[in-house]
Design a protein around this ligand. Sequence first.
Ligand SMILES: C[S@@+](CC[C@H](N)C(=O)[O-])C[C@H]1O[C@@H](n2cnc3c(N)ncnc32)[C@H](O)[C@@H]1O
Length: 270
Amino acid sequence: MGEPVALGDIQETLLIPLYGRALDAGKKNSVLHDRKAAELVDAIDYDFAKFRGPSLGGSVTRASIFDQYVRDFLAEHPDGRVVDLGCGLSTRFQRLDNGRVRWFDLDVDDTMALRRKFFSDSDRYTMLAGSIFDTDWHTTVSANDGLVFLLSEAVLLYFDADEVTAVLSSIARAFAGSKLAIDTGGKAMMSTQDRNPVFKAVAARMKWVCDDPSTLESCGLRLLESRTFAQPQPDVARTWPPLYRYGLKAIGWTPMVSTYKLNLFECTPA
Ligand SMILES: C[S@@+](CC[C@H](N)C(=O)[O-])C[C@H]1O[C@@H](n2cnc3c(N)ncnc32)[C@H](O)[C@@H]1O
């Protein structure tokens, strides 16, 4: 009998990218080589097979683009701090650990309780139970020298626009000079989610529509990079199998690809 899951609606969606990474780990041309994800899928009592469709591979391409944003930060700041807000059962720390980074993974109570069954804190790795919308984690993760990289992957999409802009403004004020990576989805993606096979299998729905990530500059963020699956970093593209590398480029003009963006900002509050 595997580990049972009792997760809220948004929290349950973490099982989609987990399964996507587990399937990827079993492939000959795996992108992330996330064998821990495959172990977790085996250990958790859940009907993962109900998840189907392109979002599973999308979880892998998304994670690899976010990974590269973090890698670039760590190349410049090997002793820096990284904070993954809404980490789910991500293994990003395990994938990118350079032996020096100080890493924080934050997620809400029920997700963190599940995560703690499979991961342990260490001297450079801390799991925090809490909400991105709280502010108590701000001081916990802050560094004296200000070198913090924040990311939140497939989390803010599930909240209302006014909640998202409020939390982004609060993060921008608290972490001036730091970088923040988040994903945004345009109308075309949001309006078709009921037809997406993975969303047929869960209750949660994405709510925040953002057609133009540069509009978030009004929250005190400066847009540094905005990528779609058709425009991964060259180092990332080289790790993708041809189907992703050339296939996604070929359909890059379609609204499904062109309106989902993986963005990198700098916090520059007024
Ligand atoms: C689609 S999953 C993404 C998980 C992870 N980032 C990944 O890509 O594998 C959405 C995540 O948002 C988390 N979440 C929901 N509400 C949250 C909140 N208020 N603060 C932080 N995380 C939250 C869920 O627990 C879940 O882990």
